[in-house]
Design a protein around this ligand. Structure first.
Ligand code: F0G
Length: 451
């Protein structure tokens, strides 16, 4: 059985601490923490078989696309009684032929993490972090969020009977997400400021009070999100793709995939490493700026801006782990603009899939990479590659964006005060599908349909 412990990610420090402590950073050097394991001998073929067999079981732990892979999680069998699960995971891998053609790939598959209990990938990590909160006997938990973390945390806390406090930037999160947090009964604190400010506030509060912090700086979140890779490879019969594309915001998700790849390679589950490709919005691109300037420190973005509000983040917490993931997988980070995101999202819609704007950065990024192939030495991509794009949030999280796009009414900058008062930077609704108004008259409708 695995013995888990915290370990500082700085190779010069590597300080270890027990996971029974409430820690988010190294007590010696303040760097980020990993959860590491002493795995001992692992019979990989029989574990792969067990993972597959659990899919036919009705045990909630086996049904969960996270806890099905529990041998790689920091909960020994005697602690599984703390688990709070809602059958998260089990999200399909889908062919996206129209999007493939749009980006210039022979084939493109998407794994849609938006089809989770609360409509985003956050549920993979939240089930583990909330289970840890129960194991630590924490009563109050908190997070800062652009909307999805808060929705997920609120739901799992409602299930676990924990008091949830969420800090969100006022007026800057999509309505679908706000509605969830309210419905699930979390104390919802709207901060007059952006996500980065809310994040630093909640970090300080968790240091000074007993609040247990549920953002992805908490390594338990990333352990849960790690299982996205396990589930994906399991679904692909362990035929590892060439590339995995993922949006980048606070950079927890890409970091967790990097950690999964490192562990799976070391344990012998996989031989090949897919190249992680992180895509950021051009107005919120601190990782991209850091990489292109070869900076050893994060190059933050002040007043980050994008309509993809989920990734409107200028100072991502897990950036060092994301850099590690890119180095390990020979990956790359790129940026896309608002027009590219909007059109890529519409194209995913045409595939009958749909997603929230942040998720569409993946398809937009692939298109840009394929168009610019050869222009930048770091960028090498082959139209024949086997690519999986990770879609992180459900289409219905942000319906306002989608409707405005199709009504040819989407603006990069717009001020609303019940009604739109100021707007500029109109985007082109290239693939608009406008609703049509008709009188309630059968003949008129038949004429309209051309029947
Ligand atoms: N996609 C969606 C739909 C998200 O909600 C987020 C992050 C990301 C991508 C980026 O993932 O932060 O791990 O790099 N949302 C966070 C939140 C920040 O508060 O809901 P990341």
């Amino acid at each position: 059985m695995n013995n888990a412990f915290f370990q500082c990610i700085d190779p010069r420090c590597c300080h270890r601490s027990p996971i029974t402590e409430k820690l988010y950073q190294c007590p010696v050097c303040s760097d980020l923490l990993d959860i590491r394991y002493q795995f001992g001998d692992m019979d990989v073929p029989s574990l792969k078989r067990a993972f597959r067999e659990r899919r036919a079981s009705n045990d909630p732990l086996d049904i969960s696309g996270v806890w099905r892979y529990r041998e790689l999680l920091p909960f020994p069998p005697e602690d599984l009684r703390y688990v709070v699960t809602m059958g998260e995971g089990n999200n399909p891998v889908l062919e996206a032929p129209r999007s493939a053609e749009y980006v210039g790939l022979r084939r493109l598959r998407v794994k849609h993490l938006g089809w989770n209990p609360t409509g985003s990938f956050k549920d993979y990590g939240m089930t583990v972090a909330v289970s840890q909160a129960r194991r630590l006997n924490s009563q109050h938990v908190a997070c800062a969020s652009t909307g999805n973390t808060s929705a997920s945390m609120a739901a799992y806390c409602a299930r676990a009977n924990l008091k949830a406090v969420v800090f969100i930037p006022e007026g800057q999160i999509a309505y679908g997400k706000l509605s969830q947090t309210l419905d699930y009964g979390a104390l919802t604190v709207q901060i007059q400021g952006d996500f980065d400010l809310a994040m630093s506030l909640v970090r300080e509060l968790s240091e000074e009070t007993g609040l247990y912090l549920m953002n992805s700086i908490n390594p338990f979140r990333l352990e849960g999100q790690k299982t996205v890779m396990l589930e994906l490879f399991d679904q692909l019969d362990w035929k590892v793709p060439d590339r995995i594309v993922v949006p980048g915001g606070n950079l927890g998700n890409s970091s967790s995939y990097g950690k999964a790849l490192m562990e799976l390679k070391e344990l012998g589950f996989i031989d090949k490493i897919p190249r992680i490709t992180i895509i950021q919005a051009s107005g919120a691109d601190p990782l991209y700026r850091t990489l292109v300037t070869s900076s050893l420190h994060l190059v933050p973005v002040k007043e980050a801006w994008t309509l993809a509000s989920a990734i409107k983040i200028g100072r991502p917490i897990s950036w060092k782990k994301a850099v590690r993931a890119l180095r390990f997988s020979d990956g790359w980070c790129d940026v896309v603009d608002e027009q590219e995101i909007a059109d890529a999202k519409a194209m995913l819609g045409r595939d009958g899939v749909g997603c929230e704007p942040a998720s569409a950065t993946t398809v937009a990024g692939l298109r840009r990479l394929l168009q610019r192939q050869g222009e930048q030495p770091e960028v090498t991509i082959d139209p024949e590659e086997d690519v999986v794009a990770i879609l992180t949030g459900h289409q219905l999280k942000d319906p306002e964006y989608t409707v405005n796009y199709h009504l040819d009414n989407l603006y990069q900058h717009a001020t609303y005060s019940n009604v739109l008062v100021k707007k500029s930077g109109k985007l082109t609704s290239t693939f608009a599908n406008q609703p049509v108004k008709v009188p309630a008259d059968k003949q008129e409708i038949i004429r309209l349909l051309g029947l």
